[in-house]
Design a protein around this ligand. Structure first.
Ligand code: AQP
Length: 364
C-alpha cells in the first residue's frame, strides 16, 4: 500500500520530506520531547471551517496525529460536518483543500497513514443513518456543543443536531482503538462509545469501542481575548485566535496583547485564566512542566514571559507554515493525494459496512 501511495504521490509531483520536523518540540528550553506511544488504530478529523486551522487545533490534535501516525491511522477533513452551519459552497471547497494542505504540512505522510476527505467515502453517511436508529434524541439534546452553536439561532438545521452521530459513524467505520482529540470533543466521543456499545449489544459484537486520548498539555487552548472561551475558528474576534496562517509578526502581536490579570506573577491559578492559558500553551510548545515554567519566569513579569511564549509558538509553527506555503503552490497535487487516501479509506469502510448491513438486518 505505501508503495502504491508513494508512486501516486510522485506522479502527482509532490516533493516529500519524511522527517516530521513540525512535530518536534521547540528546544529552547532544552527539554526532552515526550515520546508518543504506539497506538494500534486511530481515527480523527478536522472541520474545514473558519479562515485556517488554529494553534488549538495544532496543539490539541494535529501534532499528535503526526507523532502517532502509522498504517492503521485515518485522518479526515470532515467537510460534511462543516455543512451544519451556514456556508458558501465555493468557500467550502477551497477550505477543504486548504485544511488538507495543513494536515500534510504538519507532517502527516500519505506513505504512512491515510488522509482523506469525508464526503469522498459515502459509507460515512450510510452508517450515520443506521446509527441514527440507535442514538436517541435525548442524548443528542444533552450535547453542549449543540446547545452552544444553536443558541440565538433563528433556525437550527437537523444536521447540527445530528452532527455527533455522523461523528460516531466516522470513528466506528475504521474500528479505531483511539481517537486523539482536544478536550472540547470529550462529550462527543463518549456518545460514540455509547452508540458502539448499544449497537454491539443489540446486533452482536461489531464495533470497537474507541478511547479518547488527550495531550498532556494544550488539550484546551483558550481564546487570548475571551479567556473563558476555547480558541475557535468561529471566534468573534480574530485577535483571540492564532491562526496557523498568521505571519510571525501577527502571532507575536496577538500574544503580547493577550488578556492577563493586573498582577505580574507568572503562575497558573483559577483567578489567572489568561496567564494559565499562556503557561499551558508554553508547556505544550516546549514539553516542559507548568511548575518548571513558573520557576523559570519567577519575578520576570509578563513582558518577558509573553515575548518568550511568542518565540516558542513561532518556532514551533515555522516549519509547518513553510511547508504549507510550498504545498499550496500545487492544489491539484493535494487533490490527487486526497483521492488516493479516499480509495484506501473506502476499502476499510466498505468492509465494515458489509458486516453492519448484515448484522442490522438489511438484505445483502
Ligand atoms: N482550542 C482548542 N484547544 C485544543 N484542541 C482543540 N481542538 C479544537 N479547538 C481546540 C481540537 O482540534 C480538532 C479539530 O477540531 P474541529 O475544528 O474539527 O472542531 P472544533 O473542535 O469545533 O474546533 P473549532 O476551532 O472550535 O471549530 P468551529 O469554530 O468551526 O466549531 C479536534 O480534535 C478538537 O478537539
Amino acid at each position: 500500500m505505501p508503495d502504491q501511495a508513494g508512486r501516486s504521490r510522485r506522479a502527482a509531483g509532490v516533493a516529500w520530506s519524511s522527517d516530521i520536523e513540525a512535530c518536534t518540540a521547540y528546544d529552547a528550553f532544552d527539554t526532552p520531547v515526550r515520546k508518543a506511544a504506539v497506538v494500534a488504530s486511530a481515527f480523527s478529523g478536522i472541520q474545514p471551517t473558519g479562515g485556517s486551522p488554529h494553534l488549538g487545533n495544532y496543539l490539541g490534535a494535529f501534532r499528535r496525529w503526526a507523532e502517532l501516525q502509522q498504517p492503521d491511522h485515518f485522518y479526515c477533513v470532515v467537510d460534511l460536518h462543516a455543512m451544519t452551519m451556514p456556508y458558501e459552497p465555493g468557500e467550502l471547497r477551497r477550505r477543504t483543500i486548504d485544511t488538507a494542505t495543513w494536515l500534510y504540512a504538519v507532517g502527516l505522510d500519505p506513505d504512512v497513514c491515510t488522509v482523506f476527505v469525508q464526503s469522498h467515502v459515502r459509507e460515512h453517511t450510510e452508517l450515520a443513518w443506521i446509527l441514527n436508529c440507535v442514538a436517541t434524541k435525548g442524548e443528542l439534546e444533552r450535547m453542549v456543543q449543540y446547545k452552544e452553536k444553536s443558541r440565538g439561532q433563528e433556525s437550527v438545521t437537523v444536521g447540527l443536531f445530528d452532527y455527533p452521530v455522523l461523528q460516531a459513524a466516522d470513528i466506528l467505520l475504521y474500528k479505531a482503538d483511539e481517537v486523539p482529540i482536544g478536550d472540547d470533543q470529550r462529550q462527543h466521543l463518549e456518545l460514540s462509545r455509547n452508540i458502539a456499545r448499544r449497537f454491539n449489544h443489540r446486533f452482536g459484537e461489531t464495533f470497537t469501542v474507541p478511547k479518547a486520548t488527550f495531550p498532556p498539555a494544550g488539550a484546551r487552548i483558550m481564546d487570548l481575548q475571551v479567556v473563558d472561551a476555547k480558541m475557535s475558528k468561529s471566534a468573534q474576534s480574530p485577535q483571540g485566535t492564532i491562526d496557523l496562517a498568521d505571519d510571525e509578526d501577527t502571532t507575536t502581536r496577538k500574544i503580547m496583547r493577550a488578556v492577563t490579570d493586573s498582577g505580574s506573577e507568572v503562575r497558573a491559578a483559577p483567578d489567572k485564566p489568561g496567564v494559565t492559558n499562556l503557561l499551558d500553551l508554553l508547556a505544550a510548545g516546549t514539553g516542559a512542566m507548568v511548575e518548571e515554567l513558573e520557576q523559570r519566569y519567577d519575578g520576570q513579569g509578563y513582558g518577558t514571559f509573553k515575548r518568550e511564549v511568542a518565540e516558542v509558538v513561532n518556532g514551533v509553527l515555522r516549519p509547518v507554515r513553510a511547508r504549507h506555503a510550498e504545498l499550496t503552490a500545487d492544489p491539484a497535487a493535494v487533490e490527487k493525494l486526497l483521492r488516493d487516501g479516499a480509495d484506501r479509506a473506502r476499502e476499510v469502510a466498505a468492509g465494515t459496512m458489509t458486516t453492519v448491513r448484515e448484522r442490522a438486518g438489511l438484505l445483502v
